[in-house]
Design a protein around this ligand. Structure first.
Ligand code: NDP
Ligand code: GDR
Length: 336
């Protein structure tokens, strides 16, 4: 069972698990418009005897529904990926962020416990929990969150550990550093940049308004990170792991690579807008994933500069084909 299946990571994880022969159940939110574009290509009519993907309405704010679903589905593995996941937005909607990104996790853990489900549980923890602690960060680094989002993720991290210790649940935290892809939400910095590059290249846009260009991040490739999530649940013992590339790049570096890849000069197009600044910023996140490499054999192969190029190519292709390349263009390479 995957919460957040309609998001970037949920869609890649669903693909990975279906490819391994799993039956996958996803929690989706009721919305007045379709919110399933990232998983449309995986959907098979549930009346089809070959159907392996099943979607259920629900919300992390609705504990009773989570208990009902747990009892009905009786999953072997639960991946809690749902969250209000935007750090800047968490300053605008701190209470909602606490309710979904924080309390939502304990509602799901309680649903597992109360329904008596014997499953393995993955919690999508984040490098944002390290916040102001200087890099490199690993599993032993002190948490010092710098946003309502980071603080809510710290809560979820600790309740996941607590359910492991208190109830013997196989519950783990994947502490993932930033990971991106052509499916990344359009308001996160990498996708915002690569979409703008495609539009500027096509001549439909001229300027890109941005906030702090000095922030350092360690941007990896999402499909590799969902493989790491799955490995954490196959391990002999429940343990928490950092997943990261170890890369050290500024937003300015990402801009430079992305614009240059399309033959453009970012300095001619990028303008500053203070609305994209955060009241407290996380200056530098650079992860040390050596524990994941030694215990899980997990090692990322796509590093930030190549990731920027993959995303620019995909956004240019999406514009050219007036759609989402990973759905409309089966001839495109796997990374879409
Ligand atoms: P996205 O923002 O792309 O996806 C979030 C998902 O959560 C969507 O499916 C969304 O549904 C769903 N969701 C939001 N609120 C609720 C709710 N109240 N009830 C049920 N579902 C809800 O995030 P990512 O895929 O990038 O990230 C997955 C998880 O990993 C998140 O928890 C994120 O905080 C965490 N994380 C992400 C990292 C990254 O770099 N991507 C790094 C570290 C942690 P809808 O589509 O309807 O909006
Ligand atoms: P982050 O991702 O906050 O690290 O959280 P985001 O891409 O939003 O910001 C990265 C850095 O870029 C700076 N920045 C801008 N950010 C956005 N969104 N828009 C801008 O215009 C802009 N200009 C500069 C930010 O200040 C920041 O320093 C992501 C999310 O996926 C979380 O859910 C996840 O937990 C963490 O990564 C790890």
């Amino acid at each position: 069972m995957i919460t957040g299946i309609t998001g970037q990571d949920g869609s890649y994880l669903a693909e990975l698990l279906l490819g391994k022969g799993y039956e996958v159940h996803g929690l989706i939110r009721r919305s007045s418009t379709f919110n399933t574009s990232r998983i449309e290509h995986l959907y098979v009519d549930p009346h089809d005897p070959d159907a392996k993907l099943f979607l259920h309405y629900g919300d992390l704010s609705d504990g009773a529904r989570l208990i009902t679903l747990m009892a009905q589905i009786d999953p072997d593995e639960v991946y809690n990926l749902a969250a209000q996941s935007h750090v800047r937005v968490s300053f605008d909607e701190p209470e909602h962020t606490g309710d979904t990104t924080g309390i939502g996790s304990i509602r799901l853990l309680e649903a597992v416990r109360l329904a008596g489900v014997k499953c393995r549980f993955y919690q999508a923890s984040s490098s944002e929990m390290f916040g102001a602690s200087p890099p490199p960060q690993d599993e032993n680094t002190l948490f010092y969150p710098r946003s309502p989002y980071g603080a809510a993720k710290v809560y979820s991290y600790w309740v996941t550990r607590n359910y492991r210790e208190a109830y013997g649940l196989f519950a783990v935290n994947g502490i993932l550093f930033n990971h991106e892809s052509p499916r990344r939400g359009e308001t996160f910095v990498t996708r915002k940049i690569t979409r703008a590059v495609a539009r500027i290249k096509a001549g439909t846009e001229k300027d890109l308004y941005m906030g702090n260009l000095d922030a350092i991040r360690d941007w990896g490739y999402a499909p590799e990170y969902v493989e790491g999530m799955w490995r954490m649940l196959q391990a002999d013992e429940p343990q928490d792991f950092v997943l990261a590339t170890g890369g050290n790049y500024s937003v300015r570096d990402f801009l430079t690579t992305a614009f240059e890849h399309a033959g453009l000069d970012w300095e001619k197009h990028v303008k500053f807008d203070e609305r994209y600044l955060r009241p407290t910023e996380v200056d530098a996140l650079v992860g040390d994933a050596s524990k994941a490499e030694s215990v899980l054999g997990w090692k990322p192969s796509v590093h930030t500069p190549d990731l920027a190029k993959i995303m620019v190519d995909a956004d240019i292709a999406a514009l050219e084909h007036e759609g989402r390349p990973w759905i409309d263009r089966p001839d495109l390479p796997d990374w879409t």
